[in-house]
Design a protein around this ligand. Structure first.
Ligand code: ITT
Length: 206
């Protein structure tokens, strides 16, 4: 059994593979369907962008497709980068470039404050999942979030994206210092996945 996820983000693919393997589902990503055109993510919300991706790929393939739109909302930056998280440092920016851009914006705000405090701002990761069935034209959605701090001291080699900068005070670790299993238990994506699975089970039982 396969599950198609409308993503080109290899970090997301790894997390979906980890989550769906116990259910006997093999994850296929956009790397398995290279002929499909890129979806323009110009929505104002995570939910809009997630639906654009699940619908475009679902309609193209004729079977249900899952999509994930996610990002980092930083309080000291009034919620930025938000839906622009993937291109914070410009179109096609790497994770490293986005992380540098985030630190430079936050450190600029801190200028004049004489503090060695590495925790620069509270922040949250948000993930919206959209599962779209092109036959019934129905969509199921679920959202998850996790609260943390942006640290000026990046740490950890796990995860992807902004994980090395996202500090979890209860765990005294960054998201990138967690195992895949631990990240799944607390992350925005893990929470959204559990909610979506529960909604799907309820729907299938009805
Ligand atoms: P797809 O649209 O192909 O799925 P993308 O990377 O462009 O891939 P998004 O538009 O949803 O995905 O952008 C999400 C960005 O937010 C992503 O590039 C990461 O930098 C960041 N992000 C999302 N979830 C994250 C996580 O679990 N850990 C770290 N960073 C995350």
């Amino acid at each position: 059994n396969i599950l198609i996820v409308a993503t080109k983000n290899k970090g997301k693919v790894r997390e979906f593979e980890h989550a769906f393997a116990p259910l006997g589902l093999t994850v296929k990503s956009m790397y398995d369907y290279p002929h499909l055109p890129d979806v323009v993510e110009d929505g104002a919300t995570f939910a809009e962008n997630a639906f654009k991706k699940s619908k475009a790929v679902g309609d193209a393939l004729g079977i249900p497709v899952l999509a994930d739109d996610s990002g980092l909302c930083v309080d000291a930056l009034d919620g930025r980068p938000g839906v622009y998280s993937a291109r914070f440092a410009g179109e096609d920016a790497t994770d490293g470039e986005n992380n540098l851009k985030l630190l430079s914006e936050l450190e600029r705000l801190k200028q004049g404050e004489d503090t060695d405090q590495p925790l620069l701002s509270t922040a949250r990761f948000v993930c919206t999942l959209s599962l779209y069935d092109p036959v019934s034209k129905q969509e199921l959605t679920a959202e998850g979030a996790v609260e943390g701090w942006i640290t000026s001291e990046p740490s950890g080699a796990g995860g992807f994206g902004y994980d090395p900068l996202f500090y979890l005070s209860e765990h005294e670790k960054t998201m990138a210092e967690l195992t895949l299993e631990e990240k799944q238990q607390i992350s925005h994506r893990g929470t959204a996945l559990r909610l979506l699975t529960a909604k799907l089970e309820k729907k299938l039982a009805a």
